[in-house]
Unconditional design. Structure first.
Length: 372
């Protein structure tokens, strides 16, 4: 199989709640997502998506994803997309770094591998564990009372795991965490995710003030060293996210006993191939995982479902159904949440079919003679 053409679309994904806000006053109203189609000489097409959480979450931004694909794409013409490891090494040789640029392309390669073999990506990534995958709901940063109301509402929809966006004023954050934990029941899981928003002295005050609560603390500070310092002064279970973006920091953090759970976002690692490597290493090391992406629509939600459903159940801390946060559908066949759970499709590949009337004309198309 050879890649003949790559089509790229820009799609706006408005938030159903109107706005998503997190640490340090950051917010997004309309997400800018990029959809790719990788067309091959067999007539099969694979689809992928990448959607950064605005330009100020990770070192990634929406226009950068498209600029990177425009730069990298011509080198992929003529390559075999089914050799997922080999073509990832090739992409790294053509374009160093910029993992998020490669994420949608790699997702499309897995979609093609599934369509060619007649198997869902979940099966190709190791096999399906359990009937369904438990989801969490991220709660946008607002007043403590409003966040508690939102959690109560989403709890009625079936969610039992919640990730509070904190990382603001530490005193208000303490109120936010107490207000929400106060309405939850035993067995419900609460994560306070500061998204790097606290300075070390602020994080130390928060973990001391909530030490009596059943709550996880996620990525309190910007640097790994700052987070490790906080970790060494709290008994609360600890999640690292922004600092864990490849196998090297994952191994270092495990050696330091720097966390109990890691967050694997597909585009942060550069696609499903690299996310799966990290997932398998985390299973080997005994680390539970949040398996998700930075943001996305139907195609990313499908990719998350395959990565999560092929992860042993005891290692699945949470996952996310981003397509229920946004009001714009992108594809049919994507997983839909039922009672706080979703499941990976059993159709070949990612199991989705893009809505071409939504995508419209591609922003650009890469085709022509492959470079020698
Ligand atoms: Mg996080």
């Amino acid at each position: 199989m050879k890649i003949e053409r790559i089509r790229v679309w820009q799609v706006d994904l408005p938030l159903a709640e109107g706005r998503y806000s997190w640490s340090e006053g950051k917010s997004v109203d309309v997400f800018d997502s990029t959809v790719v189609a990788v067309d091959t000489d067999t007539g099969l097409t694979g689809y992928g998506e990448v959607c950064p959480l605005g330009p100020f979450y990770l070192p990634a931004y929406a226009e950068g994803a498209r600029a990177g694909i425009r730069r990298l794409g011509p080198a992929l013409l003529g390559q075999n997309p089914l050799h997922v490891e080999k073509i990832n090494r090739y992409m790294d040789r053509c374009l160093q770094g910029h993992p998020y640029v490669k994420s949608a392309l790699d997702m499309a390669f897995w979609d093609l591998l599934g369509k060619k073999s007649g198997l869902p990506v979940c099966d190709l990534m190791g096999g399906r564990y359990g009937e369904r995958v438990r989801l969490y709901r991220a709660i946008s940063q607002e007043s403590p009372d409003r966040m508690a109301e939102k959690v109560a509402g989403y709890r009625r929809e079936g969610y039992r795991r919640f990730q509070l966006k904190v990382g603001g004023d530490p005193d208000v954050d303490i109120e936010r965490i107490r207000a929400v934990r106060g309405i939850l029941e035993s067995g419900d899981v609460l994560v306070a995710d500061a998204n790097t928003g606290w300075l070390p002295h602020q994080a130390m005050r928060v973990v001391a003030a909530i030490r009596d609560l059943d709550v996880y603390v996620e990525q309190p500070c910007r640097s790994y060293e700052e987070c490790l310092g906080v970790r060494q002064h709290t008994d609360l279970p600890f999640v690292l996210d922004e600092n864990i973006d490849s196998l090297t920091p994952l191994l270092r953090a495990h050696a330091d006993r720097a966390m109990d759970v890691i967050n694997i976002k597909i585009s942060k690692f550069g696609g499903l191939t690299r996310a799966r490597q990290a997932r398998d290493l985390a299973v080997h090391l005994g680390l539970a995982m949040t398996l998700e992406d930075s943001w996305g629509g139907d195609i990313i939600t499908a990719a998350i479902s395959h990565l999560a459903h092929s992860t042993p159940e005891e290692f699945r801390f949470t996952s996310t159904d981003f397509n229920s946060y946004v009001s714009q559908p992108l594809a049919s066949g994507a997983p839909r949440r039922v009672d706080g759970f979703f499941e990976a499709s059993t159709s070949p590949g990612l199991g989705i079919e893009p809505l071409m009337d939504v995508l419209g004309e591609p922003e650009f198309v890469i085709e022509g003679d492959p470079s020698p």
